[in-house]
Structure formats: C-alpha cells, structure tokens
Design a protein around this ligand. Sequence first.
Ligand code: C2E
Ligand code: CA
Ligand code: CA
Ligand code: CA
Length: 275
Amino acid sequence: AKAQIGERICYYEPGMDEIARARRQLANDLRLAVERDELVLLYQPQCQLRSGQLSGYEALVRWHHPLHGLVSPAEFIPIAEESGAILQIGEWVLAQACREAATWHSHHRVAVNVSPVQLVQQDLAPMVGRVLTETGLSASRLELEITESAIITDKVRALNNLRQLKELGVAIAMDDFGTGYSSLDTLHSFPFDKIKIDKSFLLESDQNEQARAIIRAVLALGSSLRIPVLAEGVETASQFELLISEGCEEAQGYFLGRPDRAPSLKSESPDTVPE
Ligand code: C2E
Ligand code: CA
Ligand code: CA
Ligand code: CA
C-alpha cells in the first residue's frame, strides 16, 4: 500500500508500525528489567572430552517478562545492545554469575558472555575487577566469552581491554568461531585461552562433509596455536563421538546437558536434599 503524507511518499506495510512500537516498548521494559529483578541465569555444563569431567558452566540469561513470559536472549540482547541497556544488563549478569559461582560446592569455572558493546567500554576491566572483589570469586574461575565483532569495531580499545582482563587473571574465550570475517587475524592479535567452534558446524556435521572438514580444520588450528577448542551444539551421540575421534578438548550441548538452574540449587547427592 502507498500513502501520501505531505510531499513524502511512504510505502506502508500493515503491521510494521506495530512491530516498531512493540520493539520500543520492549526496549523501555528492558531498562526496568534489572531493577524489577526479572532476569535470571541458567547454567549449561561444559565437559572435558578425554576425562569426561565437568569443567565449568556457561551462564545464559533469561528474561521473565511480566506480560510476554519467558523472552529469549536472542530476541532481547540485540535490542539491549541497540538501546544501551546492555551495559546495565551485562554488569548484572556478571555480578550474578560470580555471586552464584562463589556459592557452588564445586570449584568449577563459570563462563560469562560479554557483548561487543561492553568490550569497547573504557571501564570494563575495572568493573570486572570490582565484581570479583565484591563477590569473592577467584579470577581463575571466571572466563569471559567474546565475539570478534567488537574487535572489528574498535580494535585498539577492545584489545586493550582484553589485556587488562588477562592481567586480572580472567580467561578469555573466542565465541562463535568460524562465523566472523577476520577470525584468523583476531587469533593472531590476542592470546585467547579457548576457541569455541560455532554450533552451526556441529549441527550440520551429520549430513555435511564440508561442516566436518571445517571442524577438523579448526581443531588443527587450535592444536598448532596451542589453544584448546570447545565445540558447542553437541546434540547427538554421533556428534559427540566425532569430536572425541578428532581430538577436540571440550564440548557443550544438549547431549551433555541443557541450560538449567544454578548448580548449587540442585542437590548433588540424595544426602544433601533438605527435608
Ligand atoms: P551463545 O553464546 O552462542 O550461547 C549458546 C546458545 O546455544 C545458547 O542459547 C544455548 O542455550 C544454545 N545451545 C546450547 N547447546 C545447544 C545444542 O546442543 N543445540 C542447540 N541448537 N543450541 C544449543 P541461548 O541461551 O538462547 O542464548 C542465545 C545467545 O544469546 C547466546 O549465544 C549469546 O550470544 C546471547 N546471550 C545469552 N546470554 C547472554 C548474556 O548474559 N550476555 C550477552 N551479552 N549475551 C548473551
Ligand atoms: Ca557464549
Ligand atoms: Ca557460541
Ligand atoms: Ca551465538
């Protein structure tokens, strides 16, 4: 449909207004979500493939919206990044993950996602340092997962922040490896502690020889750079076996465990169940 407003011609799509309005409303609600205590973290296990041992958990945020119910981070993180609310949300996520991990009986690592928007903020490393002090979590138990898009936006500042974070003793993982533009250049610019192969390759590996070839190539790259590789999106036994036979170090996925409540809230043995 075509509507004439003054001298401008607007191509009007029924529903577009609604979508834009809903997005603005969501951005407003997001600003309040932290204050209203509507965000929660789930934790997904990450396992060592050779020993079969649990090595840590990735914290994944969820939003319990008062009207829309559970909103996926894939939906609200991009909106939060656009509106700037991600800074407040990101700090809450970090503090909450560190606070919870400090209470776990086990001393497993916790991996926290850091938005590209956060990674170019000047005060990122001091903020992380403050959270570690306040929560009492040892820096060696924290891993930050970053994607390379921040390094493309403002390389100098992003790399500077990453160096400061490493000085704190925090580990840095490159997330979603294989989906960006300059992965190899980024790997060359900074000593990452881990490479996470994007789940899209694993998910296609059963039918697609190309995807298997890419997984092998990333594992070879990690091994020659001496950077351990974690494969995400392991859903089936055959994908799990492929990773073991190819010598992948770590894995994460529904086959090993779905994102779930904080490990400390689950009883580890029947003896500890409070009656
Ligand atoms: P991601 O960092 O790549 O996280 C992995 C996503 O894959 C998670 O989705 C996880 O639930 C899902 N996943 C795990 N195992 C499997 C599997 O076997 N099969 C399939 N198909 N999917 C699997 P989730 O929790 O919906 O998060 C989506 C994205 O939202 C994350 O992708 C991350 O980019 C972002 N995100 C989540 N939490 C945070 C956060 O606290 N801060 C920031 N900045 N981003 C976050
Ligand atoms: Ca991640
Ligand atoms: Ca990922
Ligand atoms: Ca992703």
